[in-house]
Design a protein around this ligand. Sequence first.
Ligand code: NAD
Length: 282
Amino acid sequence: MAARIIDGKTLAAQVKARVRDGVEDCKRQGVEPCLAVLLVGDDPASAVYVRGKARDCEECGIRSLVERLPADTTQEALLVRLAQLAADDSVHGILVQLPLPAHIDERAVIKAIPPEKDVDGFTPVNVGRMMIGETCFLPCTPAGCMEMLDAAGVDPAGKRAVVIGRSNIVGKPAAMLLLARNATVTICHSRTKNLAKICAEADILVAAVGRPKFVTVDMIKPGAAVIDVGINRDENGKLCGDVDFAAAAEKAGCITPVPGGVGLMTRAMLMVNTLQAARNTL
Ligand code: NAD
């Protein structure tokens, strides 16, 4: 039987509509939510992402400040600008588009974002709060994955969940959020042995590897919920995820497509976090 498709486009539109209402409410109370996005250098993919974020802000009624800094911006200059944005009460969310040019220490830059404006959920304080289940800004991609599971009616409690990938921005936090919802979680990575077998036992499979069609149909348990985080190009240059979608959709219970899946929810969750950051100042 064919899997249900978890449609990121519809879901993201619903989330953004809710944010729009919340933004209106915030404005009525005298606060205009504002997101500052810093882009250093001219990486074309990053430029596309930043444009998308500005469009989302516009759609939600959030003011966006996009600042493009030259590739040779020094770390010191970037930290100075971040300190100004940190001190600016009219700015609620601050996001530094990654990756940064090689001469800049990404961690030092992330640490310079005040936790209350860290709408990406990347600062050590927010990561720590997430670990111990305190209120915090959740990283947008894993938070989007959880929304998609909820929308599909998949309750992680008691289920076997497998996350492939252990990055700080996707794999690790995705595993943590599944654990917080009482799944039994396994994290697989590049050194994992018997990966296919482990995946085939998963009721919930989250793929965040970055390799086209890495997850083949034999790695999917019949009826599993499959969340495909990957954004790759296939051999024909077409956008695709980490999962061999056509085959997987015949076996899974529900599955997210690429494009039209987690990527759109990631963007929507950034809007949720920015609204929350503004609300927190009311
Ligand atoms: P990353 O490169 O930081 O991490 C990839 C992970 O995959 C690593 O932890 C590594 O251990 C694991 N891995 C690599 N090869 C493996 C193998 N052969 N077997 C098992 N595990 C292996 O990447 P990331 O930032 O976590 O992103 C992962 C993918 O998700 C990429 O395609 C990226 O473009 C995409 N992504 C999508 C969104 C979105 O909004 N949809 C957001 C962030 C990242």
